[in-house]
Design a protein around this ligand. Structure first.
Ligand code: SAH
Length: 398
C-alpha cells in the first residue's frame, strides 16, 4: 500500500469531502497511474483512499473516506449499482440517460451515457482507466446492455497522460451503422451516433430544457424560431413540436445539420417548416440584424467558452456579445433561451452578463425561468466544480 502524505494544513478540502488533491498539497509519496493510495494528513491520520495520477495537477482523486472500505471489484459494483438505481428513481422521459456522472456518483472521471441498448462511456482519469475492464463488464451486467462504445477522446485525457480512445470496448461491430441509435426523448425520436457525435453522442443534459422550450413556444405562440448552436436540432424539434411555423437551425457542423434535417423528418414534421444554416453564429446574428429580420424565439446554446475560471473574462465578453445581438433580433414579446455550459462562469455571473447584454441592447427583459442541467447530471454538495450548465428564459418586453 502506497501512502501520499499531505503538507501541513492542506488536509481541509479533502476532509470536507472534496474529492480532488492537487499536486501542490502533497508533501511526499508516489504511485503508478491509477494505483490506489492511502492519503494521509501531515500528522499521519487517514483521510481517504484515492487513485493516483502521476501527470495531472489533480494528483489524487478520492474513492472513499471510509478507512475500512476496500477499492476492489465489489467497490465499483456498489458505486455503479447506486448510480444506476438513482436514475431508475428519476422516471426520466427518455431512454437516453446519464447513468454515471463522474464525481457526483463517487466515480471521478467516469461518464456513462445509455442510449437505448447501447452504452457510451468516457474513462477520463487514471483511476477509472486502471479499472476499465472491471467497470465495463459490470456495466453490461447491471444494465443488460450488450454493446459498450468507449468515447475516451475528450481533451482532459491528455492532462492525465492518457491517449485518446474511440472504439467498441464490448460487443463491437465494424458496421458504421452499428454506432447509430435512435432514442425516444419526451415523445420525440432522436438519432445519436456514439462514434461520431459530440461528447458521448448527444447533449442529454439539455433534455428538460428542450421539453420546456416546446411548452414555452406553444404558450407564447412563437411562430419564427432561430436555434443557434443547434447541433443535431434537438431544440428545433422541440420548437416544431410546440407549433412553430418556421425554424432555422444554425451550426458550424455540417454533419450535425444533416442529422437535424433527418430529425425533422423522423418526427413527422413538414421539411418546409425547417431550414439549416451551416455558418458561424456570431456572423449570422449580425447579418440577420442588418437585414432587419426578427424572430419570436431564439435559443443560444454555445459550446463552453470558459472551461475554467481563468478564461472567464474573455468568455464573458463572448457571451455578452451573442446575447446582445439575440436580444436585438427578438421581436417585441419574444422569448430568449440562453445558456452557458462553462464551469468557469457561475450562474450569478451569467445572470450579470445577460443583464449587461440587455442594457447594451436597450432591451427590457422579464426573467421567466432559471434553467439548469437535467437531474441525471447531478452535482454533489461537496463538489461545486461539477455545476456547469445554467440558463435563463427571458421574455423581451413589448
Ligand atoms: N443545443 C444542442 C447542443 C449544442 S452544442 C442540443 O440541444 O443538442 C454546441 C454546438 O455549437 C455544437 O454543435 C458546435 O458544432 C456548435 N458551434 C460551436 N461554435 C460555433 C460557432 N461559432 N458557430 C456556429 N456553431 C458553433
Amino acid at each position: 500500500m502506497k501512502v501520499i502524505r499531505l503538507r501541513e494544513g492542506k488536509e481541509r478540502s479533502l476532509a470536507r469531502r472534496h474529492p480532488w488533491v492537487f499536486q501542490g498539497s502533497i508533501e511526499k509519496g508516489k504511485a503508478d497511474p491509477g494505483e490506489t493510495v492511502r492519503v494521509e494528513s501531515h500528522a499521519g491520520e487517514f483521510l481517504a483512499w484515492g487513485a493516483f495520477s502521476p501527470e495531472s495537477q489533480i494528483r489524487v482523486r478520492a474513492w472513499t473516506w471510509d478507512a475500512d472500505e476496500r477499492i476492489d471489484a465489489a467497490f465499483f459494483e456498489r458505486r455503479l449499482a447506486r448510480a444506476i438505481a438513482l436514475r431508475a428513481r428519476m422516471a426520466l422521459p427518455s431512454d437516453g440517460v446519464r447513468l454515471v456522472h463522474g464525481e457526483a456518483d463517487g466515480l471521478p472521471g467516469l461518464v456513462v451515457d445509455r442510449y437505448g441498448p447501447v452504452l457510451s462511456v468516457q474513462f477520463l482519469s487514471c483511476g477509472v482507466e486502471r479499472w476499465k475492464a472491471t467497470i465495463a463488464d459490470q456495466l453490461l451486467a447491471l444494465t443488460g446492455c450488450t454493446r459498450l462504445y468507449e468515447r475516451s477522446d475528450a481533451s482532459v485525457r491528455q492532462l492525465e497522460g492518457l491517449p485518446p480512445v474511440r472504439a467498441w470496448l464490448r460487443g463491437g461491430s465494424d458496421d458504421p451503422a452499428a454506432s447509430q441509435v435512435t432514442i425516444h426523448e419526451s415523445g420525440w425520436r432522436l438519432t445519436v451516433d456514439v462514434a461520431e457525435g459530440h461528447k458521448t453522442g448527444y447533449y442529454l443534459d439539455q433534455r428538460d430544457n428542450r421539453a420546456r422550450f416546446a411548452q414555452l413556444v406553444k404558450q407564447y405562440g412563437c411562430r419564427s424560431v432561430l436555434n443557434c448552436f443547434s447541433y443535431t436540432g434537438g431544440f428545433s424539434v422541440a420548437a416544431l413540436a410546440g407549433g412553430a411555423a418556421e425554424v432555422i437551425s444554425v451550426d458550424s457542423s455540417a454533419a450535425a445539420l444533416e442529422l437535424a434535417k433527418e430529425h425533422v423528418a423522423l418526427n413527422g414534421f413538414d421539411a418546409a417548416r425547417h431550414a439549416v444554416l451551416d455558418a458561424d453564429v456570431n456572423a449570422t446574428l449580425r447579418e440577420m440584424l442588418q437585414q432587419g429580420r426578427t424572430f419570436d424565439a431564439i435559443v443560444l446554446d454555445p459550446p463552453k467558452f470558459a472551461p475554467t475560471a481563468a478564461h472567464a473574462d474573455r468568455a464573458s465578453r463572448a457571451y455578452k456579445d451573442i446575447n446582445r445581438l439575440a436580444l436585438k433580433l427578438l421581436a417585441p414579446g419574444g422569448l430568449l433561451l440562453t445558456f452557458s455550459c462553462s464551469g468557469g462562469i457561475s450562474a450569478d455571473l451569467f445572470h450579470k452578463i445577460v443583464a449587461g447584454a440587455a442594457m447594451d441592447a436597450q432591451v427590457d427583459g422579464a426573467l421567466i425561468a432559471r434553467l439548469e442541467g437535467a437531474a441525471d447530471h447531478p452535482t454533489t454538495l461537496m463538489f461545486p466544480e461539477g455545476e456547469y450548465l445554467k440558463g435563463l428564459a427571458i421574455l423581451k418586453q413589448a
